[in-house]
Design a protein around this ligand. Structure first.
Ligand code: UDP
Length: 442
């Protein structure tokens, strides 16, 4: 039952009986470091926020109430916000207001856990049937709550420190040992782990010694109503570009790890190869600064200057999802040259809009993009390789359009509804599986 912070239950908010027996009636979702109410594409808000929002809404549609616990970052945030009927965001005070980097956040785990337990005790005692943690910090908090409430703990890592450390971009700092130890603990003590791709599932087993019977692969999805094909010319007009523009698009947080510099270097190589393109070529980088990479947008603007392509590069602020759909539709290709990517929602959103993707063959991208079918996967980060693929997309229109059309079909296989089906199987299984013994906190 939803209650306000003073512990007064709100009448008539008891969740309906779920559609299927054996499923939880109320899930506590933990998203400590980033709120589902934030605009994705900047700061700590990215694919995980989109995931939490899309899954929570669809669980609520199926009669399963979701409370999302997140850290309060502003004094004016109400303790609870109803995102949609059945989905409540609960702001837990823990540490100073304002953005905190992940290292600092780990110092406020205890007050966060305390806040989660106190909120449940005051407002919804005994109401959560299952905890689902997102990212390792949330997982640590979720484990404590799940053990206290005697309910199953399901964990989605989204990214893994050991894997990230093997693919650092130049100048990036390695993930700390504390995170690796935290992830190790989660792998041992969570009742079930959800991986975004078969590759991530294998990484959990190989690098974290996860028990295969406690790992399920559930791919994320794409909002096929929001991201759908449409007129390229209209989309170009709506984003202020002429009908003959060749738009190369980067969407996401401007981080070294996502390598937007590779796109800029590829654009420079493309113009060396085909100088006549200069009048039509536009490179748009849509997204904001993030985490420790606060200087990255500036670094990128300087790189554009030094490459002599500042006139074709547009640095755009984070855009709403509806606006993004127009960027994808307008683009000749979306470029995802990341050094590491747990899944790559941007790639699938682009495909859903009928625009092919040129991506690095890393992480979840080989799942998100079908090489040679919905886009091109490239080994490594040599800008010339990206330039070659992009030049072919610009000059061989029929090939580019065939990739775009196949991408629409591929994206259609990845709906959020299918993600929720997969998660419900995991939840159902976790509720009937013998719980793991509570191990001592490390
Ligand atoms: N995004 C957005 N507006 C922006 C930039 C990005 O809404 O200006 C969204 C984008 O549509 C995608 C998510 O942020 O859904 C990024 O997810 P992805 O898996 O590509 O990367 P992550 O942030 O998880 O590293």
């Amino acid at each position: 039952m939803v209650a306000d912070v003073r512990g007064v239950p709100e009448p008539g908010t008891e969740p309906e009986e779920p559609e299927y027996p054996g499923l939880p009636r109320r899930v506590a979702t933990i998203s400590l470091h980033t709120s589902p109410l934030e605009q994705p594409g900047t700061g700590d808000a990215g694919g995980m926020n989109v995931y939490v929002v899309e899954v929570a809404k669809r669980l609520a549609d199926r009669g399963i109430a979701v409370d999302v616990f997140t850290r309060a970052t502003r004094p004016d945030q109400p303790p609870t916000v109803e995102m949609v009927p059945g989905v409540t965001v609960r702001h837990i005070p823990a540490g100073p207001f304002g953005a905190l980097d992940k290292q600092a956040l780990s110092h406020y785990l205890c007050p966060f856990i305390f806040g989660v337990l106190q909120t449940e005790a005051r407002n919804a005692p005994g109401h959560y049937d299952l905890v689902h943690g997102h990212y390792w910090l949330s997982g640590r908090a979720g484990l404590a709550a799940a053990h206290r409430w005697g309910v199953p703990m399901v964990q989605s890592m989204h990214t893994l420190a050991r894997v990230k450390n093997m693919a650092l971009a130049q100048g990036d700092t390695a993930e700390p040992d504390a995170r690796i130890r935290g992830e190790d603990q989660l792998v041992r003590q969570s009742d079930h782990l959800v991986a975004n791709t078969a590759d991530e599932a294998a990484q959990l087993m190989v690098h974290y010694d996860a028990d295969p019977s406690r790992v399920s692969t559930v791919p994320p999805g794409v909002d096929l109503d929001m991201f759908a094909p449409g007129s390229r010319t209209d989309a170009l007009r709506r984003i202020g570009l002429p009908p003959d523009a060749e738009l190369l698009l980067f969407v996401g947080r401007v981080q070294r790890l996502k390598a937007p510099d590779v796109l800029l270097r590829a654009a420079a190589a493309l113009l060396r190869r085909d100088p006549a393109l200069r009048d039509r070529l536009v490179v748009a980088v849509v997204g904001g600064q993030s985490g420790a990479d606060v200087t990255e947008p500036q670094r990128l603007a300087e790189l554009a200057q030094s490459l002599g392509i500042a006139d074709v590069v547009r640095m755009e602020p984070p855009r709403s999802r509806a606006e993004l759909a127009d960027y994808y539709r307008a683009a000749t290709a979306t470029v995802v040259p990341s050094h590491s990517e747990s899944f790559g929602l941007v790639a699938v959103e682009s495909e859903a809009c009928g625009t092919p993707v040129v991506a690095a063959r890393v992480g979840g991208l080989p799942t998100a993009v079908r090489d040679g079918v919905s886009g091109v996967l490239i080994d490594g980060h040599d800008p010339d390789d990206y330039a070659r693929a992009l030049h072919r997309m610009i000059t061989e229109r029929s090939w580019r359009d065939a990739l775009g059309a196949a991408g629409v079909g591929h994206a259609a296989t990845l709906s959020w509804s299918a993600t929720v089906d997969g998660l419900l199987d995991v939840y159902r299984g976790s509720l009937i599986t013998e719980p793991l013994p509570v191990a001592a906190c490390q």
